[in-house]
Design a protein around this ligand. Structure first.
Ligand SMILES: C[S@@+](CC[C@H](N)C(=O)[O-])C[C@H]1O[C@@H](n2cnc3c(N)ncnc32)[C@H](O)[C@@H]1O
Length: 247
């Protein structure tokens, strides 16, 4: 799901061979692996995540591809690296989940060399991602408020100016915020629901649903996404803010 976005981040970063890069909240490693392809063999990549399970998948996937990446379990709000260690810091779809985004940005600033680049992406507010409005509203009707809130949680309310200020106040300059739009495709609305459930904390509440409730939920999502349904399944736009800045 995040591969096209990782491509865009790498493209916007101005990354070059020999750069030292960090991927904060690397998850299963899509950004770190793309970065490695550009900076290797003279540069280096480190990937940091709080979640050990994510790092296990990251390690296995990158070694299958032959990339040498340093994996580090750690917290984005307290990065375990010395000042000025990296030329470029990436952070894809993480800032909205940390308890203190300002501290996290300050940490990313600290570990960059002077004039080093920051490249961050977060989803635009949920109203710019209408299929997720549909999903959240449907979950609210069939499952409950708490599960609907989980579905809305990846979409921060930050507008462009708020995000720009947050990054500037952390110590960055030359801050540019752009809107990225990609299309997401699934073979069916049911598969959209299944993959959302399988790849997020929704797994537990959705896994616990009675079959009849789950079927009603899928029917509702199908109906609401009819306008995005074609002969190949379901396709809809997703919008993110992409921030590039210098230390
Ligand atoms: C939506 S995933 C994005 C993963 C990855 N950047 C990608 O593009 O596929 C969010 C990731 O942030 C990690 N994360 C959340 N809070 C964190 C923190 N405080 N420090 C480090 N990682 C964190 C999660 O474990 C998860 O892997």
């Amino acid at each position: 799901m995040f591969a096209p976005w990782a491509d865009e981040l790498v493209e916007r970063s101005g990354l070059g061979s020999g750069d030292r890069a960090l991927d904060v909240g690397c998850g299963t490693s899509i950004v770190a692996r793309y970065v490695a392809q550009t900076v290797e063999p003279d540069g280096s990549v480190a990937g940091l995540d709080l979640n050990e399970g994510m790092l296990e998948v990251a390690k296995a996937t990158s070694s299958d591809e032959g990339s040498v990446i340093e994996w580090q379990e750690g917290d984005a709000t307290d990065l375990p690296f010395s000042d000025g260690t990296f030329d470029v810091v990436f952070c894809q779809q993480v800032l909205q989940f940390v308890p203190n985004p300002s501290t996290t940005l300050q940490e990313m600033c600290r570990v960059l060399v002077p004039e080093g680049r920051l490249v961050v992406s977060v989803w635009r507010p949920i109203e710019f991602n209408p299929s997720y409005v549909t999903m959240a509203d449907t979950l609210e009707r069939h499952v409950g408020d708490e599960t609907a809130a989980m579905m809305r949680s990846p979409f921060p309310s930050w507008g462009m100016d708020e995000l720009r200020d947050l990054v500037k106040e952390a110590g960055f300059h030359d801050v540019s915020v752009t809107i990225g739009i990609e299309s997401m495709r699934y073979p069916s609305p049911e598969e959209f629901v299944r993959r959302e459930a399988a790849s997020s904390p929704l797994a537990e509440p959705l896994g616990a649903l009675k079959r009849v409730v789950r079927e009603a939920l899928v029917r509702d999502v199908e109906e609401s996404l009819r306008k995005y349904t074609d002969d190949d399944g379901v396709v809809f736009p997703m919008e993110a803010h992409v921030v590039v800045a210098r230390r």
